[in-house]
Design a protein around this ligand. Structure first.
Ligand code: ATP
Ligand code: MG
Length: 571
């Protein structure tokens, strides 16, 4: 068993100093600044990792497309030269609308090298969500394929005056003078490119949020964020030489960039990329065959895997697996415990957001896991529970006090703005503190527990009820596969707790089961918190990144406008 990089959490946390820890980051040669792509690729390609696999892409038919650190340096240099040749300027935005193909990784890292700002789009988006983001972000270049271009983008061009070029990854020849062949341009481009001087505060990434609570926001990140990618890779994901890592997040979201691309490369390990979407048997097959050591996934996938009837570690050889981690939504205690039996290791939950650019609270491999808790703060980041309603922010020190989850700003990867929404950005801060919009508790041992999004919190008979707690408890009932809880206005008590429940296979929705569930909930949660209404549904509305859209359940329940649905997953 390998020893974790973080051996003594408390000591490391107390002594942590960003500048000391990040001495392992090279910086650009001759003191010319700090550039994410240089740290992720070039410095390794110029050293002993040159021939080591950086990215192994597993194609649909299980064949491989492999890129070593050396290959990646050349391909990203070519892409940076393509941007130069097209007359793109530093700071302009390059968008991608691609599945998991090599061109996506080359575009992301090549753009960063060039000092363009990279913005990924989720490839499943239809024309309107693509238009909203491209126009708001003033995209100058879009890298996509011919099918997406023709079906989803071409008709938008009149409304996108800032868009200069569309580079198509799967055509040999240019379609016209705007829609060009990616490969033709790459072939002509030199494999040498010197990263220009890059300031730590130069913008690098634009990430749109998931739109769970409303209209997606465009969070801007700078090159300095690479320090967080490095440290979280070292301490949370525990990257060690020779490790094989698999992040299942779609590259259209922040996790797919921070951990699907940057963090493993900065730490010099090998990343597995699966071209296909979720498929339980395929996933287990990949874990086995590629001998994945560290696997980073999300509750939505874990809940689906939990429904399978076999014990994964008995059917597949998962002996290489050292760590399984989860992010994106609360991970129920049930899932953590299930992971232990299913994989031989617990599933380590961690918390962060698009705005924080990297993992902020985590169950570290060397710390005792408390199932249901998000864990402890990343060394170098101060996290608190606060009352933010008054003029001044008041930190709550009582263990178990519930309040707003706040982070002391100043860590490298905190977002530097919401694109074109300065006022909204300013509202996220009170003094030095960043208000995350989530509610949480901190226990006497310093572990943080997620309560809910501030917008989702239910006020019933004078109590504040977090939907996560109710949902977790409902999921302990043997018939329940998934649950989502909302507050429904009810004059006498403020709001009534209503649960939407998806049943496990083999269970039929009927009145008896409803009464049984209500009785069970009252027994385990108490009548004040237990749902008073239960509605059985076939599925829950979710964002395309798999998060439950409680605001949509509520709007539908109350007959209110449904709001922005650009990130809604269509069933
Ligand atoms: P929007 O801000 O547009 O409403 P979003 O907040 O879902 O969308 P993201 O930045 O992708 O967009 O998600 C971050 C949020 O996801 C967190 O603020 C939190 O509510 C939730 N989240 C992430 N990880 C966890 C976790 N481990 N436990 C509980 N909640 C989590
Ligand atoms: Mg958010």
């Amino acid at each position: 068993m390998k020893q974790a990089n973080l051996k003594d959490y408390s000591r490391t946390y107390q002594e942590f100093d960003w500048s000391r820890e990040t001495a392992a980051i090279s910086g650009l040669p001759e003191g010319k600044g700090l550039n994410i792509a240089y740290e992720a690729v070039d410095r390794h390609a110029e050293g002993p990792l040159k021939d080591v696999l950086a990215i192994r892409l597993v194609r649909k038919d299980h064949s491989y497309q492999d890129l070593t650190y050396g290959d990646l340096k050349k391909r990203t240099a070519q892409f940076a030269n393509v941007l130069r040749r097209l007359g793109i300027e530093e700071g302009e935005k390059v968008f991608s609308l691609l599945g998991r193909v090599p061109e996506l990784y080359i575009t992301a890292l090549g753009s960063l090298k060039f000092k363009a700002v990279y913005c990924p789009l989720f490839s499943v988006f239809g024309p309107e969500p693509i238009f909203q983001r491209l126009s708001k972000g003033e995209g100058a270049v879009l890298v996509t394929n011919a099918q997406f271009y023709i079906k989803k983008v071409r008709d938008l061009l009149d409304r996108l005056p800032a868009l200069k070029y569309i580079l198509l990854t799967d055509v040999e020849d240019d379609l016209d003078d705007k829609a060009l062949s990616f490969s033709k341009l790459m072939k002509k481009a030199s494999e040498e490119f010197t990263v220009p001087p890059t300031g730590e505060e130069d913008p690098a990434l634009l990430h749109f949020t998931s739109g769970t609570t409303g209209m997606p926001k465009g969070a801007i990140h700078v090159h300095k964020a690479v320090l967080t990618h490095y440290i979280t890779g070292k301490y949370v994901l525990d990257f060690q030489p020779g490790d094989v890592f698999w992040c299942t997040a779609d590259p259209g979201w922040v996790t797919g960039t921070s951990y699907g691309i940057i963090s493993p490369l900065v730490n010099g390990v090998t990343s597995i990329v699966d071209e296909e979407e979720f498929d339980a048997m395929r996933w287990y097959g990949i874990l086995e065959k590629e001998k994945v050591n560290i696997w980073y996934t999300a509750p939505t996938a874990i809940r689906r895997l939990m429904r399978m009837s076999f014990v994964p570690k008995e059917k597949f050889d998962l002996s290489a697996l050292r760590l399984v981690l989860s992010v994106g939504e609360p991970l129920h205690a049930e899932a953590v415990v299930w992971g232990e039996a299913a994989y031989g290791v617990p599933i380590l939950d961690n918390w962060w957001q698009t705005e924080t650019g990297g993992i902020m609270i985590a169950n570290f491999p060397s710390l005792k896991v408390k199932p249901g808790s998000m864990g402890k703060p990343l060394p170098g980041v101060e996290v608190g529970i606060a009352d933010v309603d008054g003029e001044e922010l008041v930190l709550l020190t009582d263990p178990e006090a519930q309040g707003h989850l706040v982070l002391k700003s100043g860590f490298p990867s905190i977002f530097r703005g919401y694109l074109h929404e300065e006022e909204r950005y300013q509202k996220c801060f009170k003094g030095d503190w960043y208000l995350s919009g989530d509610l949480a508790k901190k226990d006497a041992d310093g572990y943080f527990w997620f309560v809910g999004r501030a917008d989702d919190i239910i006020k019933t008979s004078g109590h504040m009820v977090g939907p996560f707690e109710v949902e977790s408890n409902l999921m302990r009932h043997p018939a329940v596969a998934e649950a989502a809880v909302i507050g429904k206005p009810e004059p006498s008590i403020g709001e009534l707790v209503k649960a939407f429940v998806v049943l496990k296979e083999g269970h039929v929705p009927n009145e008896d089961l409803e009464l049984d569930l209500i009785g069970y909930a009252r027994k385990v949660m108490g009548p004040a918190v237990a749902p008073k209404e239960i509605q059985f549904v076939d599925s829950l509305p979710k964002t395309k990144s798999g998060k439950i859209l409680r605001r949509l359940l509520k709007a539908r329940e109350l007959g209110l406008p449904e709001g922005d649905l650009s990130t809604l997953e269509k069933n």
